[in-house]
Write a protein that binds this ligand. Structure first.
Ligand code: ADP
Length: 190
């Protein structure tokens, strides 16, 4: 089973991904983590993308596309991926469909975590104290939310049309969300 977890910054995608990975024996593919690793390891790519990420914009579809192909093409992860933070644009969604087709796979469910801008601001403020991410401050958080509304929200209709979309209330408590997600995944597992 391949899963997409989708939602604005601070929606809890990372937290819920880790829960799903453990419970259903999957691999988390977080494009945000992969990109931050490039910056941390001071690679050529890292130096190209750091200012983009720190301004709350999206890295190019091509760069993230290359990063995810390494995962999707790996037999060890076949039908076992949770896509966390990918796709974020319609082009990325179409690229992902093509890529999965190429490797004879598909998406089984898209979980959308819904949260308000107020909650996003509050959570990012709290996370800033713990993780010290360069893009976690109020101004950039608002920018990332706006980027999400503009570039990523069109994906909601895209996945509604293919009947894959399930909306989860991201304002609920972590364990409540865990249960709701487990229930949804169990229904598609049959
Ligand atoms: P959040 O969802 O909290 O904003 P992420 O860790 O998922 O955090 O992403 C952090 C940043 O990394 C994004 O704001 C963006 O600049 C970049 N990024 C992550 N995934 C993608 C993607 N699929 N396409 C383009 N840029 C991405």
């Amino acid at each position: 089973m391949n899963i997409i977890i989708f939602g604005p910054p601070g929606a809890g995608k990372g937290t819920q991904s880790k829960f799903i990975v453990n419970k259903f024996d999957l691999y988390q593919l977080s494009t945000g983590d992969l990109l931050r690793n490039e910056i941390k390891n001071k690679t050529q790519l890292g130096s190209e993308i750091s200012s983009i990420i720190n301004s709350g914009e999206l890295v190019s579809d091509k760069i993230v596309g290359n990063l995810i192909e390494k995962f999707v093409s790996n037999e060890a992860y076949k039908h076992k991926i949770i896509f966390d933070g990918y796709p974020r644009t319609l082009i990325q969604a179409k690229n992902l469909d093509d890529l999965l087709k190429k490797y004879k796979q598909k998406i089984d469910i898209v979980l959308k975590l819904s949260v308000s801008l107020e909650t996003v601001k509050k959570r990012i403020f709290e996370r800033q104290a713990q993780e010290k991410r360069a893009d976690d401050n109020e101004e950039i958080a608002i920018k990332r939310y706006k980027t999400y509304e503009k570039s990523s929200e069109p994906l909601i209709d895209y996945y509604k049309q293919s009947n894959l979309l399930k909306v989860v209330n991201g304002e609920a408590g972590i364990t409540e969300i865990n249960s709701e997600i487990s229930r949804l995944i169990d229904t598609i597992k049959g």
